[in-house]
Design a protein. Structure first.
Length: 397
């Protein structure tokens, strides 16, 4: 295994178990390093400190172990087994086909496997690599996954789909099946059914991270006129329908997203006339709302406005503008669910952007809930950067 030596003093963060080593911390390497290589890392004094995957770039090493483990199939089985135990503790296992069949099994650094995402949809697992090291290990991981799921959860996987073309855009990789074949996947979440388009949909096909927040929308929806902006597959809309909303309108700029939303509504509420879907730009739709069409429960769950720190100032302006448009058009007594999934936007920055929106709209606003990602998207306490999803539920006076 190739070896990396750090500059003096640059091991301090590793002593606090932070799982990233930045390129500027490296003093020298022994041998030629290729992207995806597994490397052992040593302090400037020559003491072993970590093992991880190397990749050229700002984050040079993603740490897999601080214990000098061999990174083999047994290693991945152990890590997956540990992740399964955490999902059992969270009440997501055993799988109940009538209540819940979908959850995130591996959440990168949160499950001590940086660069790897695995979502479970019943008998289908969707795997994403965010590092070339995990890409190289995909076959080993797939086998370890099948074995760990069967032994640790008593659950047989029929399909494992690998989907990393968008997460490794500068590396030659192709999406495809690591095990099994294409299936028509319908997942169950809190007793509701959803089509999972893992082949062509965003991410792994469904945003599992909003499960708890969708359920909260259902609690607030009774008798309200609901607007679900950036609806994607209509998850919030389906919960609002079950919650007894007077009407639910779903908006997305993607025709494919609108089609899937309609399918998911029909799957759960066939021939229910309370729902309508609109393929339109979110800002334009909000700007055209007439007073007689006012919505008193609005969900704003946009895609990440900032994917890197350079985009942060414009992203914060975007959150302010979007929330201001919504708040200005909501009648007294309304409820606003508003989110940011941008990792580089902190909770305080997002809250300040929404505060600015309320002030510009000259409305009195109270915070009812502060929202975050669920238990199957755990945050490694030594890696606060993993806290990416933040949300607020506001009462508009």
């Amino acid at each position: 295994m190739k070896q990396i030596y750090l500059k003096r003093g640059k091991e301090d963060s590793l002593g606090r178990f932070h799982p990233w080593i930045f390129s500027g911390a490296i003093h020298h390497v022994e041998g030629k390093l290729d992207d995806g290589d597994t490397v052992r890392v040593f302090t400037s004094e020559g003491n072993y400190i970590a093992t991880g995957h190397f990749q050229h770039g700002s984050i040079a090493v993603r740490v897999l172990s601080f214990d000098d483990d061999a990174i083999d199939d047994a290693f991945f089985r152990r890590r997956i087994a540990t992740a399964l135990e955490a999902r059992k503790a969270a009440g997501l296992l055993p799988i109940d086909r009538d209540v819940n069949t979908c959850f995130r099994l591996i959440h990168g650094e949160g499950d001590n496997l940086p660069g790897l995402i695995i979502d479970i949809y019943g008998g289908t697992a969707v795997m994403q690599a965010h590092s070339i090291g995990m890409h190289h290990a995909r076959q080993v991981i797939a086998q370890a996954l099948r074995e760990a799921m069967l032994q640790g959860a008593g659950h047989t996987l029929e399909t494992i789909y690998y989907k990393s073309e968008t997460t490794l855009p500068f590396f030659d990789t192709t999406d495809g099946f690591l095990y099994g074949k294409e299936t028509d996947t319908i997942a169950v979440e809190n007793g509701l059914k959803f089509h999972i388009d893992y082949l062509k949909g965003q991410k792994t096909g469904f945003f599992i991270d909003q499960r708890d927040n969708r359920a909260l929308v259902g609690r607030y929806a009774h008798g309200r006129r609901v607007l679900n902006m950036f609806c994607y597959t209509g998850g919030f809309s389906v919960y609002a329908m079950r919650g007894g909303a007077q009407c639910v309108h779903s908006v997305d700029s993607s025709e494919r997203a609108i089609a899937v939303t309609r399918d998911n509504i029909a799957l759960n509420f066939p021939d229910d006339k309370r729902h309508e879907a609109f393929c339109e730009d979110a800002f334009a739709f909000l700007g055209n709302i007439r007073k007689e069409e006012a919505y008193d429960l609005v969900i704003l769950d946009p895609p990440a406005f900032a994917k890197h720190r350079g985009a942060l100032p414009n992203a914060l302006k975007g959150y302010t503008r979007l929330n201001q448009k919504a708040i200005e058009r909501m009648p007294a007594g309304s409820i606003l669910f508003t989110f940011s999934c941008s990792q580089v936007v902190t909770k305080d920055q997002f809250r300040t952007a929404v505060f600015s929106a309320a002030a510009f709209a000259r409305r009195r606003v109270r915070i009812l809930h502060q929202l975050h990602q669920p238990a199957d998207h755990p945050i490694n306490i030594y890696h606060p950067e993993g806290e990416y999803l933040k949300g607020l539920v506001l009462y508009i006076e």
